[in-house]
Write a protein that binds this ligand. Sequence first.
Ligand SMILES: [Fe+2]
Ligand SMILES: [Fe+2]
Length: 281
Amino acid sequence: MLIAQITDLHIGVDGDIGAKDNYKRLQKTLETLENLHPRPDLVLATGDLTETGSIDAYRLLKRMFEATPFEIWPCLGNHDRRYPFRKIFSSHLFDGDHVRYAVDAGDMRIVVVDTLSEGAHGGSFSSEQAEWLDDLLAQSDRPTIIAQHHPPAYTGIAWMTAHADDPWVTRFRDVVSKHSHVKKIIAGHIHRQMERPFAGASLVVSGATAAQLNLDLSPMDPQHHDGRPLVVNEPPAFTLHFWDGEEVVSHRGVVGNFDTLLDYNASMQSKMVDVYKVKAE
Ligand SMILES: [Fe+2]
Ligand SMILES: [Fe+2]
């Protein structure tokens, strides 16, 4: 079971910031996923599906998803809006007001959490959601990936990060730390690949299909703008996750045409024979 994660698609229509670029970047990412060997079994899109949450943008995104061979499971991010999303995508993904659900994926279970608070930039996770997640996680001890938009931890990117003592973060961490079968939390929002330990599991943030944030971990002075680059034209990115029988293994993928520097030729074949012999011994 190979799970591809795409995030921060920011699909827009005429007049939306980055509409053309974000469309092309997502298109190329989906083509890259289609050409992978083996091809992913399912795709998770971890929020900021659209730039402004308009019905037209969701309609365009749905057409793009339907043109792929993939089952694509969405989460909502801070650029999304529930009502237009619901109009275009299935209302089956909703539990009350939230887009939250569980999907079985081979040996694993994926639990999608809704961290959107409409109108706010940062994440949210209420005590009602905490109770929901706690109950859901208690129902099965299969290795579990939690997928959501906002990373529930300090990330070091000053203008985008949550903090360890944010009430929603504390609430989320308290639930996750009770369930040792939660192996990984996967998220987006910061438009850059990163990872860190979290509540006995690990947190992996995927790079965006839209533009990436500049890698700059220095503090920011809210009283003084220093002209630093914030968003940069790095290639689209995605992440592949699979279960190796003990852990969730995550690989970063970058979208682009890259030169081959070494191929699997006859001289490499003899080395491969040695490697497999050692393994057998
Ligand atoms: Fe985003
Ligand atoms: Fe976001």
